[in-house]
Design a protein around this ligand. Structure first.
Ligand code: SF4
Length: 253
């Protein structure tokens, strides 16, 4: 199994995506950056996301629902980034609350992770935190536009900066493209990438709407990705260190 190292040398740098550059240029954490302090900052960020209505003001969506687009805590060493939450996530208040979450859980179980891993030990997020609604044909979720992604991108950057994940699962072609630049799924599924010490694993979208997984060859590529995921099991160990904000900092400060 090989890790493809994306060297941000001269040739690559011009091709690297904005997110990848952000990831590649994160400085080491200051020694004084205490975990509880980052947890507090993450809670503040979640509150900002929940209150955000930039896309409503710009006329892209009718209603914001940012609280459904991210969930997790400092100490989650694995991060998962999808496209955007769907209506079930909005109803239930957390990401991947629908059938896609069940499929992701089955992939994690195939890789040897406990059943509760997805919702208890992985930081879940998305390129845009609000439900973009149905597509024009009503057959699936609308893909958030580049302008919506750009409005929401600062939140993703701040999540990356606070969480400092060891590894990121990129779920679906939009998340993959945001980190690796435009890619064909067939070229990237079953491979892992490394950027500034962070491992990146592209995965196909788990919803039944995607037909990519209908071919035997693609199922083999998924199996290779799950093997890589299995080799990462030790990376998640720190996610069990649930961080509590000191009571003195709860509320009002
Ligand atoms: S998608 Fe992001 S930028 Fe747009 S309203 Fe929701 S939280 Fe704000």
């Amino acid at each position: 199994m090989t890790i493809q190292v994306r060297l941000l040398d001269q040739g690559r740098q011009t091709q690297a995506s904005q997110v990848e550059l952000q990831l590649a240029t994160l400085p080491p954490l200051d020694a004084s950056s205490r975990i509880w302090h980052r947890q507090r900052q993450l809670e503040i960020l979640h509150a900002e996301i929940a209150a955000c209505h930039l896309c409503v003001d710009a006329g892209y969506i009718e209603q914001s629902s940012g609280a459904s687009g991210c969930r997790g805590r400092i100490g989650d060493r694995l991060m998962l980034i999808g496209q955007a939450p769907g209506h079930l996530s909005v109803e239930r208040g957390f990401p991947f609350a629908g059938p896609g979450g069940r499929v992701l859980t089955s992939w994690l179980q195939r890789a040897g992770y406990p059943k509760e891993t997805l919702y208890s030990h992985i930081y879940l997020s998305a390129l845009t935190k609000c439900d973009p609604g149905k597509n024009s044909s009503g057959t699936g979720d609308r893909r958030p536009s580049g302008k919506e992604q750009a409005l929401c991108r600062p939140f993703l950057f701040r999540e990356l900066e606070l969480l400092r994940p060891s590894a990121i699962l990129l779920v679906g072609s939009m998340a993959i493209d945001a980190f690796l630049g435009p890619q064909r799924l067939g070229d990237v599924i079953g491979r892992q990438y490394l950027c500034n010490g962070v491992r990146l694993l592209p995965l196909p979208h788990p919803s039944g709407v995607s037909r990519w997984l209908n071919s035997g060859e693609h199922q083999q590529q998924l199996a290779a990705a799950i093997d890589i995921l299995a080799s990462w099991r030790g990376l998640g160990r720190k996610s069990h260190e649930i961080v509590q904000t000191p009571p003195a900092l709860l509320g009002g400060q």
